[in-house]
Ligand binder design. Structure first.
Ligand SMILES: [Zn+2]
Length: 333
């Protein structure tokens, strides 16, 4: 029985090799002999290695497939229409005929995974695409940003908010606050909800945080900046406060936090307190980043501010945290 099985196998092997040796497949003028296999395949127009795509971008789905025969001869061809599945981030794309359109509302940091199966082979190609705006596309010639309502908008010394911009969805904070001014005890709803979650998680681990300054209107920032210039000089004012329109606090997405271990003040020492260290390690899990990290003055334009958190959404916060980059650098790299 065993011998019979072996001889059957031998005959089959001989048969199949004699059959396949007769067959040739011509690809791009190259003749491949016998059975051919896919050696490698990749998308032509999609960025490789976890590359970036822009909101609104149109991407062709074409694949470059290299085949190889039993003698090691290879040939490459381009397949124009390959069947594509979106296995992650379906809501961020619309699929046209053999192309993908990234939604104009896609937010920086969101991820799309594209999978293609080659029809004649059991071979799949994947591309993991990360959405990233080009901030240069969202600014007018006066340096005023046009995406001021977006949670991934980049505001800094070169990029200002319109002077009349007031977020429409400001809410009163539901976390402990330090100062009585009702204006600054507000954030946009999405950021306020995330801050409540952050404080709750901190509290569950024994860390008690408080909020000191959230939303700040253009006119409040204007008086703050003038009083800093008057009391402490222009150099100090430029280093620690923003000119009106240039403060992230006007977005309603930035919040200064502190703790009783830092006397509820905004000082560098907050970064060394158990509460400040907890926040630096965990803020991204709730969609916040430490916007002005230590040693990045020349990039952000600001000295280290361990207390200043900016809400950018969980996906982007996680990407920025993992990269170790500032918001400016993440958009550029
Ligand atoms: Zn701040």
């Amino acid at each position: 029985m065993k011998r019979l099985f072996i001889s059957t196998l031998l005959i089959l092997t001989v048969l199949s090799s004699s059959c396949s040796s007769d067959k040739t497949t011509e690809i791009n003028g190259i003749k491949l002999k016998g059975d051919i296999d896919v050696h490698s395949a990749e998308f032509i127009d999609l960025p490789q290695d976890n590359g970036f795509v822009r909101p609104g971008e149109l991407l062709e789905i074409r694949a470059k497939v290299t085949y190889v025969d039993s003698e090691g001869t290879s040939a490459t061809e381009t397949k124009d229409s390959v069947e594509t599945n979106i296995t992650q981030g379906q809501h961020l794309v619309s699929s046209l005929d053999s192309s993908l359109r990234i939604s104009p509302d896609a937010l920086s940091g969101e991820t799309i995974t594209v999978k293609t199966s080659l029809p004649e082979e059991d071979f799949q190609i994947f591309a993991v695409l990360t959405v990233r705006k080009n901030p240069a596309d969202y600014i007018d010639p006066q340096g005023i940003i046009t995406d001021f309502e977006a949670i991934d908008s980049l505001v800094n010394k070169e990029r200002s908010l319109p002077s009349d911009y007031v977020p429409s969805d400001l809410v009163k904070l539901s976390v402990p606050t330090v100062l009585p001014n009702p204006e600054i005890n507000q954030l946009r709803k999405v950021a306020s909800d995330a801050l409540s979650e952050l404080f709750k998680a901190a509290s569950a681990e024994g860390y008690s945080l408080s909020a000191r300054s959230g939303y700040r209107s253009y006119s409040t920032q204007s008086s703050l900046y003038s009083s800093n210039v008057a009391n402490k000089g222009i150099e100090y004012a430029q280093k620690y406060s923003a000119q009106p329109g240039h403060s992230e606090h006007q977005t309603g997405l930035a919040i200064d936090i502190t703790a009783s271990s830092a006397n509820n003040q905004l000082t560098d020492s907050f970064g060394e307190t158990p509460e400040g260290m907890w926040a630096a390690k965990n803020a991204h899990l709730f969609g916040f980043i430490i916007r002005y990290p230590k040693g990045k003055d020349s990039v952000t334009g600001y000295s280290y501010e361990p207390w200043h958190l900016r809400y950018v959404g969980k996906e982007l916060a996680e990407k920025i945290f993992e990269s170790g980059l500032t918001m400016e650098e993440w958009f550029e790299n």
